[in-house]
Design a binder for this molecule. Structure first.
Ligand SMILES: Nc1nc2c(c(=O)[nH]1)N[C@H]1C(S)=C(S)[C@@H](COP(=O)(O)OP(=O)(O)OC[C@H]3O[C@@H](n4cnc5c(=O)[nH]c(N)nc54)[C@H](O)[C@@H]3O)O[C@H]1N2
Ligand SMILES: Nc1nc2c(c(=O)[nH]1)N[C@H]1C(S)=C(S)[C@@H](COP(=O)(O)OP(=O)(O)OC[C@H]3O[C@@H](n4cnc5c(=O)[nH]c(N)nc54)[C@H](O)[C@@H]3O)O[C@H]1N2
Ligand SMILES: [Mo]
Length: 762
């Protein structure tokens, strides 16, 4: 493929999306099987899309086309296989030189494999022997806290619950989790505001709202089924406003593959009324600006005896902290808001007026908000914005964090957390009869620090690709290589199998599209989507290999091997019948009351949210307005030279899985080692389009973090900001650069300098 830069002028979605998916099915060798499999996705009797966490209309609808959901399914249902013969043909050293794309293109893992240091190959191993290896390492540790148990968010509720049960009976709360790098800022920030660490919207709210504000989220790529809701809202006349340094195509206009008229006439629906290109890290300034306009308009309305702009009944009855918030807003100067946000005051006032006029408004956000040095506090500012007009606990309104992995929210709900509450531990103890550890465990950042310091010996991952998702590769990968054992429960070969400990295991598991038969017959699992809907998922494809095991079966096998007679849990029964796991979940978490009966109803059920009912589980018993000190989401940096680098997903990747080297909507083809920069910033540095440059982090710990030979892509990006792709840019993100409240790495704002690459300078 040519590595080309050319603008993409078509709308998002449409024929371009259909074509892209068709090509992908052919590339995976499954043009027919892929299409049949897609027909079963998100159907009452089918499986849940393994792509994103956006809900489906009740899981009862007819086929809804989603290009990227389709790619996620094709990726799993591929005809390609990664077999023992493949491993025999390639040493780990050789595979380490392969690209991430090439590694995953080998296909589905078929056999459990163990690393053999003498030959530098992975060799086949029996399941029992693999379990015994894990048990030997874990039981040899002087302290259970010397092991880390990572979870990636595709793991079902059933597997996740068993996993936390095993790890807690083993004796630790070390649960680094992908959400530590994702929506942790929501989980940690929002409870202070609303008493709940999740969103308050249902899908039906999008059908009733007048206004949607979207901060730092790219629905056309990362939750494409959301485009149906946005398109319908836009056509109903709801006002959509987006805040994003990129002019993401789907936020501009969308051609719905579900609409025969748009497809036939090549027309599209405009999505955002305005798309504000906020500076990287400028959102708090925008939100404070919006709130300042609302407050001043309310002052003026009061003076003129007009209807209030703020919802004072709600504020007085349901909240605390309004005085401190308004004092802060009064003290915040417009010139600072403008310079920090990169937006004109007029723009912010225009957006605020749209917000003010809406009776029902939804505030949506994604990684552009959470992955900053003050991510948790930034989330709280969005909560303030909704509370000012009483938009929580009202139909058609609310706060809507868009979660990432398809079950990342469910994993949290069923106990994957390094900071368990006393109440949860007590219930676990009452149900099972062992004393779970109460000492808080490690998150991703503290786990990596402990590995660096030699305090950890074993790393176990259920899903994911930890070594590529994490920041600061040079340091963090060296830490992982020092471990005694690394274990990856995976579906495909990835970098985490190649950056490994002295002993290493690859345990291949069933994917969500596949039939899972256990001792009592075929099983289904359950997942919770971004809007707290829980529903069943049952695969229909034959497993990729007869040697695969389900995630619950793998966890139960390891638990039995490790804990043996000292366990009080009947692991075998749980692995044989997932209904029993759900009964146990219900015993520990009363919100799952009637679990097994309720998931048999098509569409599943909603886990109620207190905040949606205007019940505030905060210390004050009210919703709290919280003040953000200043405007900087990230620490100030001196010097004209500094650019804030944000790291984003292309249209053709799923996190660390790269589907292709292109990013169609942003006009980048056949390459990913690029940096997006505006003409003014280029000129300032004497740079031109296509120049090759080095990106160098302005580190504060004296360590050099540099990426070489990145190609400049001129893009109308805000001043002072630039962008590159995740995960290629992860070596630039220092481990210390994280939110002190939520420990979310600041993947969306790294201070860097850019200089011409040496090879070119001569
Ligand atoms: N196809 C596909 N689907 C996915 C994923 C995937 O990789 N591929 N990943 C899944 C996961 S785990 C997650 S968490 C979600 C992620 O979904 P998103 O939250 O959409 O994640 P990103 O693409 O990282 O970034 C979101 C947007 O933030 C913007 N942005 C960057 N910096 C800033 C900033 O400072 N301020 C503002 N306002 N905006 C900013 C970027 O331009 C981008 O449009 O998607 C999930 N779904
Ligand atoms: N710079 C930068 N870094 C980031 C981000 C960013 O925006 N910028 N985003 C962060 C975010 S939001 C997240 S969520 C993390 C993602 O971090 P992870 O969740 O760790 O990474 P993924 O790339 O989603 O994991 C892909 C692997 O999961 C395995 N897999 C897929 N399906 C299954 C399954 O059904 N079962 C099992 N057991 N394994 C499976 C496959 O082997 C595949 O290779 O990355 C974070 N890192
Ligand atoms: Mo995520």
């Amino acid at each position: 493929m040519t590595n080309d830069i050319r603008p993409y002028n078509a709308p998002a979605g449409g024929w371009g999306a259909l074509k892209a998916l068709g090509e992908h099915l052919v590339e995976q060798g499954i043009p027919i099987k892929g299409a049949v499999t897609l027909g079963r996705m998100n159907q009452p009797e089918g499986f849940d899309c393994p792509g994103c966490a956006w809900p489906d209309p009740k899981h009862t609808s007819s086929f809804e086309f989603c290009e990227n959901g389709g790619k996620a399914v094709a990726w799993e249902a591929t005809a390609k296989r990664c077999t023992p013969e493949f491993f025999a043909a390639h040493t780990v050293a050789e595979l380490s030189s392969w690209s991430d794309f090439d590694l995953e293109m080998v296909g589905r893992l078929t056999h459990p494999m163990a690393y053999d240091a003498a030959s530098d190959h992975y060799v086949p191993v029996g399941w029992d022997e693999a379990f015994a290896t894990v048990a030997r390492h874990l039981n040899g540790l002087p302290d259970p806290n010397m092991a880390e148990f990572y979870t990636s968010g595709r793991t079902s509720n059933e597997a996740a619950f068993l996993y936390q049960l095993f790890v807690r009976e083993f004796g630790t709360n070390n649960f680094p989790d992908c959400s530590n790098m994702c929506h942790e800022a929501t989980s940690v920030g929002l409870p202070h505001s609303l008493g709940v660490g999740k969103g308050t919207c249902l899908l039906s709210d999008f059908d009733k709202t007048d206004c949607i504000f979207i901060f730092g989220q790219n629905p056309g790529t990362n939750s494409p089924r959301m485009m149906t809701s946005l398109r319908n809202a836009s056509r109903r006349g709801a006002t959509i406003m987006s805040f994003n340094p990129f002019r993401e195509r789907a936020l501009e206009r969308f051609q719905s593959p579900q609409s025969p008229v748009e497809m036939a006439t090549l027309t599209s629906t405009p999505i955002s009324a305005k798309l504000y290109q906020v500076r990287v890290g400028g959102d708090v300034a925008v939100v404070k600006g919006l709130m300042k306009v609302l407050m001043e308009a309310d002052d003026a309305a009061r003076a003129d005896e007009l209807p209030a702009v703020l919802d004072w009944d709600f504020i007085k009855g349901h909240t605390t902290g309004i005085e401190a918030l308004t004092a802060d807003l009064r003290a915040t100067r417009w010139e600072d808001i403008v310079s920090q946000s990169g937006l004109a005051r007029d723009d912010i006032e225009y957006a605020a007026r749209a917000y003010m006029q809406a009776e029902r408004a939804i505030v949506v956000y994604g990684m552009g908000i959470t992955q900053h040095r003050r991510g948790a506090q930034s989330v709280q500012q969005l909560a303030n914005l909704t509370l000012l007009r009483g938009h929580i606990g009202r139909e058609g309104a609310g706060l809507c964090p868009v979660r990432g992995h398809s079950n990342v929210q469910g994993d949290r709900t069923v106990g994957i957390t390094e900071t368990p509450t006393r109440e949860f531990l007590d219930r676990l103890e009452r149900r099972f009869g062992f004393k779970p550890p109460s000492q808080h465990g490690h998150n991703v950042v503290t786990a990596l620090e402990a590995m660096k310091d030699g305090k950890v010996k074993v790393f176990f991952a259920i899903g994911g690709n930890f070594v590529s998702a994490i920041p600061d590769w040079e340091v963090t990968r060296a830490a992982l290589r020092k471990l005694d054992l690394t274990v990856q429960v995976s579906t495909k070969l990835n970098r985490s199998h190649l950056v490994h400990g002295r002993d290493a295991l690859i345990l291949p598991c069933l994917g969500r599209t596949e039939i899972d038969v256990q001792a009592t017959g075929p099983q289904s699992v359950t997942v919770e989507d971004s809007m707290s809907m829980v529903h069943a998922s049952a695969g229909r494809n034959a497993p990729a290999s007869e040697h695969l095991r389900s995630e619950p079966a793998i966890v139960a096998g390891i638990a039995r091997a490790t804990l043996g007679a000292r366990s009080v849990v009947d692991w075998e029964s749980f692995a044989a019948d997932y209904d029993l796991i759900r009964d146990a979940i219900e015993d520990v978490f009363p919100i799952f009351q009637g679990y097994n009966a309720r998931i048999r109803i098509p569409g599943g059920f909603h886990l109620t949210s207190n905040a949606r009912e205007r019940i505030w589980a905060t210390a004050s018993g009210k919703a709290n307005f919280l003040v953000f000190d200043g405007l900087g989401e990230d620490p100030p940096q001196d010097g004209l030279d500094v650019l804030w680098l944000t790291t984003v997903r292309s249209h053709d990747q799923y996190n660390t899985t790269i589907y292709s080297m292109s990013d169609r909507y942003r006009g980048v083809f056949g390459q990913r080692d690029v940096v997006f920069l505006n003409e003014q910033e280029m000129e300032r540095r004497g740079l031109q389009a296509d120049d090759r440059v080095d990106l160098i982090t302005q580190s504060t710990d004296g360590v050099e973090r540099r990426l070489s030979n990145f190609r400049i892509v001129p893009y109308a990006f805000p001043n002072g900001s630039c962008a590159a792709y995740y995960p290629e840019a992860n070596p630039l993100v220092p481990l210390y650069s994280h939110d002190p409240m939520s420990f979310t790495p600041s993947f969306k704002a790294i201070p860097i300098r850019i200089s011409r690459s040496c090879a070119e300078a001569v």
